[in-house]
Design a protein around this ligand. Structure first.
Ligand code: GDP
Length: 364
């Protein structure tokens, strides 16, 4: 499962700095399929402290982390929905991502121009969110015109759809995101098929100066207030510090973090927060080739999880030998876990848990 997060925000807030730091950190990691097909897309390994241990416990020769993709989406400025700046180009990019990472400038620096002349997270967030809402309103209006015409001709189904879309239009017009629009299950697909931008989960990044780490500053607090209202999270990071760190060797990076009084890098926290807002979990497999981490949505059943590893595994799924990482870790080895009867046999209805170590049995 390839998950994509789009970095959006006003110009000069630090998007590219964060994107480059993420890409560099990724390029240095072992065994991960770095690809540069598109300069705006960076594939980043998901840091997971459990994976090296799975490798040791299973006696695999190497680790292969799961990855997450970040896309640097430029061109969102005030008026973008109407074609200002790079205009509508950003739109196609945002439509394709699974989550929006909204980078907000929370640092002061006279050397770095601010498009609106001053640092003001509340205003900046509103500018971007308004563009997204305007675009969605346009999408809904087009649909209203279409079903409205059919409804006028007496099409009963179209009339019902029209009333739903009008309700959605009101909701967006009031400044609420599509995400918070309440719709009954059979009508859910009518909303989903519009692929609205404000339907996507959002994560805010407060880009602060190094001196404001780890808790942020008054600007970050403004952002926290917005996030609280929207039921989402804020990750406080210093893009410049992350950029400096991305150039270091892993050992040096650890020392650098310790010196700054941080346990985890901002990029690590960002990746984990993205996992959270997307409700993703990690499971592991291990064999004589390697110990692998995989990404699935919470609630995924064993056969679909097996399908991540190989499409044949899903079709031919028979069962999954499963043990939770913590049990395996406690047992000390796979053999010891087996002897202690800790390895369970799970069937096709089993819902995978974060940290499961699984071995799939399948028919070919
Ligand atoms: P983008 O337009 O959002 O992609 O912004 P960039 O990443 O290109 O950053 C714009 C400018 O702000 C660059 O000169 C960065 O070096 C600078 N910058 C980014 N993050 C920080 C930060 O945390 N503190 C300071 N002082 N400058 C930053």
């Amino acid at each position: 499962m390839s998950v994509q997060c789009g970095l959006v925000g006003l110009p000069n807030v630090g998007k590219s700095t964060i994107f480059n730091a993420l890409s560099n950190a990724g390029a240095e990691a072992d065994n991960y399929p770095f690809c540069t097909v598109d300069p705006n897309v960076g594939v980043v390994p998901v840091p997971d402290e459990r994976l090296p241990q799975v490798k040791e416990l299973a006696g695999s020769p190497e680790t292969v982390p799961t990855t997450i993709e970040f896309v640097d989406i430029a061109g969102l400025v005030e008026g973008a929905a109407e074609g200002e700046g790079l205009g509508n180009q950003f739109l196609a990019n945002i439509r394709e991502v699974d989550a929006i990472i909204h980078v907000v400038r929370c640092f002061e620096d006279e050397g770095v121009a601010h498009v609106a002349g001053s640092v003001n997270p509340t205003r900046d967030v509103e500018v971007i969110n308004t563009e997204l809402l305007l675009k969605d309103l346009e999408t809904v209006e087009k649909r209203i015109d279409k079903v409205g015409a059919a409804a006028k001709k007496g099409d009963q189904e179209a009339a019902e759809e029209l009333s739903l879309y009008e309700r959605l239009h009101d909701h967006l017009s009031e400044g609420h995101w599509a995400r918070s629009f309440e719709v009954s299950e059979p009508n859910r697909s009518l909303v989903d098929e519009l692929f609205l931008l404000t339907e996507k989960p959002v994560l805010y990044v407060a880009n602060v100066d190094e001196t404001a780490l780890p808790d942020g500053n008054e600007y970050a607090d403004q952002l926290r207030a917005i996030a609280r209202e929207e039921g989402t999270q804020v990750v406080v990071i210093s893009a410049e510090l992350e950029a400096q760190m991305a150039d270091l060797e892993p050992d040096e990076r650890r020392l650098f973090l310790e010196d700054a009084g941080l346990r985890r890098s901002g990029l690590e926290r960002l990746v984990h927060a993205a996992y959270d807002v997307l409700d993703l979990i990690t499971f592991f497999t291990a064999d004589e080739k390697g110990a692998y981490a995989w990404t699935v949505e919470r609630g995924t059943r064993a056969p679909q999880a097996a399908g991540q590893v190989h499409s044949d595994f899903e079709e031919g799924f028979i069962k999954a030998e499963t043990i939770h990482f913590s049990d395996l870790d406690e047992a000390g080895s796979e053999a010891a876990a087996r002897e202690a009867g800790l390895i369970r046999t799970e069937g096709k209805d089993y819902v995978v848990e974060d940290g499961d170590v699984m071995e799939f049995r399948f028919n070919v």
